[in-house]
Design a protein around this ligand. Structure first.
Ligand code: BES
Ligand code: MN
Ligand code: ZN
Length: 527
């Protein structure tokens, strides 16, 4: 029975009485019909290790040349058939080559994936990622052979996980049925391969998946508060982890006018999330991420086309939290603090205006000339907070900061800015090894001109067409102490893949987790 309008009146009156007039309600408005949940968002094959391939599995053979590996488990006749096919096709096992065969013995399929004779760990992961994507529709179980060491087998497991990722939870029917059969990574010492995987790559796989899921979720679902909830969920049960959250009132008390200002046009409250993983003593490495859960541009509103990917504008924040998750999950002997500067940038009657002047935590003032240059604002308060609160031995910030970085480097490289050549070398080495490359762009006092304000200490944007990525980096530098080792990564170009690559299916790449995970494992405080 439906209530008459009359019987609703007392409720309405009560609701009105409890509503402070003129004050925007901090009620998040959810997308219609969509609610938060924990259901598996990415149906995937289980990945396990064994010393031989199951007899009924589609066989993936990682080839460093034309010689079939000993553990392929093929009979003499089957090997001869594969060799004949290789000759006919001109397949030589070179990097990035592959050959798919059917009708070999009772195998549903034999997929040869070349890595070349100089193959690195990354090449083995990439080969497995290639297999994961090629065998998406394969109903049979899968086995991967030709992995020369336990470590390389663990890399292949990671590659398979990264390559098979998908996000289907808002499709009524998935594009393809979920693969039910597992994948077996074959290595003679399966226990050693499993142990190596558990000690490192399992964490990276979980961290990247966490990041991709968060970015894929619609911005009606992921906003600062729900970002925090998801983080708490992901870290539940892990040891040596501390999660601290500042809400807007706390940030105001600390004088974080820049971070609070950015979120001021949104009914969803801003947050500063800090995840500490203490797997070692000594000063921590601070990882600070831009976490704009949706960037409309604010009053300096973006065009429709420019706004469409802006749910991914929290990719930096997701990357630092995903990195902490990887390190904590694997109990890495490191001390890191991941800081996510979370806000939603929306136009509103209460939104900040071009022309406003705000004050950051450390006292510096900023003239807002463009509300769409919001990432540097939230980072300004976040880097000052972590420097003061935790005295890290170094700070790395990562952000989808400028279209300019993306225009300069495309999806191939993230832009790296640092004052210190040794830090640049450190990044170069790690980035090449894990396949998340960076390219150094200039950080120079000349860019001071671009952010000079007539009425405040700095302004938040240069005049276009400015060297946007360098101006942004220079702006952030103004909030970092001169003697603090520091790097800034502008990952605007690498956050999203338009087309699939072996380790990054089309969509959010999860860029940053592999890079920062590897960096944190070897960059420690001098004791
Ligand atoms: N989130 C954007 C940058 C961005 C653009 C990331 C495209 C990924 C893809 C950032 O907040 C922004 O709007 N930057 C402005 C800065 C400008 C106003 C100084 C830009 O790059 O145009
Ligand atoms: Mn913006
Ligand atoms: Zn942004």
């Amino acid at each position: 029975m439906s209530r008459s309008p009359k019987s609703r009146l007392p409720f309405l009156a009560l609701a009105l009485a409890l509503t402070p007039l003129g004050i925007a309600q901090a009620q998040p408005v959810m997308g219609s019909g969509i609610s938060l949940g924990t259901e598996a968002s990415s149906p995937a094959r289980d990945v396990g290790f064994a010393s031989s391939a199951p007899a009924d599995a589609a066989l993936v053979v990682v080839m460093q040349g034309t010689a079939l590996p000993a553990d392929a488990g093929l009979s003499a006749a089957e090997s001869a058939a594969v060799a004949a096919a290789m000759t006919a096709d001109g397949f030589e096992g070179k990097a990035d080559s592959k050959l798919s065969l059917r009708g070999i013995g009772s195998r549903p399929r034999v997929l040869l994936v070349g890595v070349g004779s100089e193959a690195t760990a990354l090449d083995f992961a990439t080969a497995a990622g290639t297999a994961a994507q090629d065998l998406k529709g394969e109903k049979a179980p899968v086995a991967i052979v030709g992995l020369p060491s336990a470590d390389l087998a663990a890399e292949a497991a990671l590659g398979y996980h990264l390559g098979q990722y998908r996000f289907d939870r808002y499709k009524s029917r998935g594009d393809e049925p979920a693969p039910a059969q597992p994948v077996t990574i074959v290595h003679s010492d399966a226990a050693a391969a499993q142990a190596a995987y558990t000690a490192h790559q399992a964490g990276v796989a979980e961290g990247v998946r966490f990041v991709r899921d968060l970015i894929n979720e619609p911005p009606s679902v992921i906003y600062p508060e729900s970002f925090v909830d998801r983080t708490r969920e992901a870290f539940r049960g892990l040891t040596n982890v501390e999660i601290e959250v500042l809400d807007e009132a706390a940030m105001r008390r600390l004088g974080m006018g820049a971070l609070v200002g950015v979120g001021q046009g949104s009914p969803r409250g801003s947050r500063l999330l800090m995840v500490t993983y203490r797997g070692a003593s000594g000063a921590p490495l601070a990882l600070v991420g831009k976490g704009i859960t949706f960037d409309s541009g604010g009053l300096s509103i973006k065009s429709g086309a420019g706004m469409v990917e802006m749910k991914a504008d929290m990719s930096g924040a997701a990357a630092v939290v995903g990195t902490a998750l990887s390190l904590a999950r694997t109990r890495a002997p490191v001390h890191v603090v991941a800081v996510a500067a979370l806000a939603e940038n929306m136009p509103d009657g209460n939104a900040q205006r071009p022309g406003d002047v705000i004050r950051t935590m450390g006292g510096k003032t900023i003239e807002i000339v463009n509300t769409d240059a919001e990432g540097r604002l939230v980072l300004a308060d976040a880097v000052q907070y972590v420097a003061e609160e935790r005295e890290p031995f170094a700070i790395v910030d990562i952000a989808t900061l400028t279209g300019s970085a993306s225009a300069a480097l495309g999806p191939e490289f993230a832009a790296l800015f640092t004052r210190d050549d040794a830090i640049a070398d450190r990044f170069d080495a790690v980035a090449a090894r894990v396949g998340e490359p960076v390219w150094r762009l200039p950080l120079h006092p000349r860019y001071a001109e671009a952010v000079k304000s007539p009425i405040a200490d700095v302004k938040n944007s240069g005049n276009s067409p400015a060297p946007g990525a360098s101006a942004g980096a220079h702006f952030i530098e103004a909030f970092i102490a001169e003697d603090m080792p520091w790097a800034h990564i502008d990952m605007a170009g690498t956050m999203w893949a338009d087309s699939s690559k072996p380790l990054t299916p089309a969509g959010p790449t999860g860029y940053g987790v592999r890079l920062l995970d590897a960096l944190a494992r070897e960059w420690r405080a001098a004791q």
